[in-house]
Write a protein that binds this ligand. Structure first.
Ligand code: NOJ
Ligand code: CA
Length: 517
């Protein structure tokens, strides 16, 4: 790569694979690594550049792999290290990068490190986790809460102390103030970097380090168990580990924070994460003014050399097509793929997959089991990928671990590939246009505004401009528009037609226009 060309992850598009739900190859109803390998050609045909794979490490699966029991192995459920090597080689042969999910904040309670740590107060690994005596009243050491409900502390009878867990009690938090912990995690990162992975998506990066004195949180002030200043030193070290390798390795941070705190994760002198995940399109109401404001605010807060990014869905959020409806999901696809910055797609969103209804007997997610009925469960957005119209959608010949969407007969890859105006066809077209037009993958973003529920902005590169109009309403709109010709509409008609000085938009229509020079 010439020294002055931009790194792959700036112009590229990332695709998230949830391995349990992508493709099963051994009929156990659970997706696996050989399944991902089998479907790589699909990712090529879609037009993405990198896949991020949610955790496949050995795990008791209390949190479906986000409870890691071994950082440098593959859980037999998903295959073997040899299967991973084969996947990586097959991906590279197709010019696809592979990004791993890495979980540095906590391990499984079955990780040998924790088994040792828990065994006695004097064990050399005791300090690898956060153990504390009970409060004077016999309760937990402080008032911190678990993200999955209840206190973030569990009492361990054996040694008579509490340990900290920001998530399940089966997911004890590592003590990032201990240098041995840092070195152990960095060694695991290097293991995968040596194999040739393109980078990591770091789980809950903003939670990594806790207040030194483990002070209780106070109402209306910054929590002591999140976004601590010392986190940035660790992120910079992680980054330096990646930077020691050739090929622009990528550090992505999973960070749910307000925009001003989020952009701090680019780090001083851009020595932090290259892409602190921006979830604000998910968190903002689907309304043109609100979306315009969030994009504008984000752009204005970005440090000079920082590269933006956007996410519309993941394995923790209700599906896009469920949140905003199938018609607006097409508009959202155009938004995500025409904004300035790296987009991350969630598997199945390119088909318009919706949340799958989960009956109480089908619940798998601990977030739902621990606090039933609050709508916290994440099973609905994790249902198996829809490949074809057969009963199990080509996902498995066994019994799928989560139900298959009832709409699978029409919503699948095979069927949508034959339909010129399908959601999949729209995604393919958008991804191809993004690749083809420098204005889209590298251009500036200007003139963002909202007009009667229509979001519009301009992308420009070397004097060539594209204009995007997105009708976020359920009515048609007539709107002033510079002269140009239509490159694509989300309804997928009228390509090549001249437009201006007025543009008529159907309800929930998005239009991408190449402006006359
Ligand atoms: C964030 C992950 O995305 C989520 O799925 C998981 O439950 C928590 N981190 C805990 O690792
Ligand atoms: Ca399997």
């Amino acid at each position: 790569m010439p020294a002055n060309s931009s790194p792959w992850w700036k112009t590229g598009v990332i695709y998230q694979v949830y391995p349990r739900s992508f493709q099963d190859t051994n009929s156990d109803g659970i997706g696996d690594l050989p399944g991902i390998t089998r479907r790589l050609d699909y990712l090529v045909s879609l037009g993405v550049d990198a896949l991020w794979i949610s955790p496949f490490y050995p795990s008791p699966m209390a949190d479906f792999g986000y409870d890691v029991a071994h950082y440098t192995e593959v859980d037999p459920l998903f295959g073997s290290l040899a299967d991973f090597d084969a996947l990586l080689a097959a991906a590279h042969a197709r010019n696809l990068k592979v990004i791993l999910d890495f979980v540095p904040n906590h391990t499984s309670d079955q990780h040998p490190w924790f088994l040792e740590s828990r065994s006695s107060r004097t064990n050399p690994k005791r300090d690898w986790y956060l153990w504390r005596a009970a409060a004077p009243d016999g309760g937990p050491p402080n008032n911190w809460l678990s993200h999955f409900g209840g206190p973030a502390w569990t009492f361990d009878q054996l040694t008579g102390q509490f340990y900290l867990h920001s998530f399940l009690n089966e997911q004890p938090d590592l003590n990032w103030r201990n240098p041995e912990v840092r070195e152990a995690i960095y060694a695991a990162m290097r293991f995968w970097l040596d194999k040739g992975v393109a980078g990591f998506r770091m789980d809950v990066l903003w939670l990594l380090i806790k207040d030194e004195h483990l002070r209780s949180n106070l109402a209306d002030s910054k929590p002591y168990n999140a976004d601590q200043p010392e986190t940035h030193e660790i992120v910079a070290t992680m980054r330096s580990i990646l930077d020691a390798y050739p090929g622009d390795r990528l550090l992505i941070g999973e960070i749910y924070l307000p925009l001003p705190q989020l952009v701090a994760y680019y780090g001083a002198q851009m020595q932090g994460a290259q892409l602190p995940f921006n979830f604000h399109l998910i968190l903002t109401r689907w309304e043109a003014n609100a979306i315009a404001a969030v994009i504008q605010t984000y752009e204005s807060l970005l440090p000079t050399a920082a590269w933006p990014n956007y996410v519309l869905g993941n394995h923790d959020q209700s599906r896009l097509a469920t949140r905003i409806g199938p018609a607006q999901a097409r508009v959202a696809a155009m938004l995500l793929l025409t904004l300035r910055g790296t987009p991350t797609l969630y598997y199945g969103d390119e088909l318009g997959m919706t949340d799958v209804p989960i009956s109480p007997a089908e619940v798998r997610d601990p977030a739902e089991r621990n606090q039933p009925g609050l709508g916290l469960g994440r099973d609905p957005e994790r249902s198996p990928m829809l490949w074809d119209a057969t009963p199990n959608a080509g996902f498995t010949t066994g019994t799928p671990w989560l139900p298959i969407l009832s709409t699978h007969a029409t919503l699948n890859v095979e069927t949508q590939t034959t339909q010129p105006a399908s959601m999949l066809a729209l995604y393919r077209k958008l991804l191809a246009l993004r690749r083809e037009h420098a204005a889209l993958h590298s251009g500036s973003l200007t003139d963002i505004s909202a007009y009667e529920g229509v979001l519009t902005y301009r992308r420009t590169h070397e004097g060539r401009s594209l204009q995007v109009f997105l009708n976020l309403t359920t009515e048609h709109r007539s709107i002033p528009c510079p002269a140009g010709r239509i490159l694509l509409t989300t309804i997928m008609d009228g390509e090549g037609a001249p437009v201006g000085p007025t543009l008529i938009l159907e309800a929930a229509e998005g239009v991408l226009i190449q402006l006359d020079d």
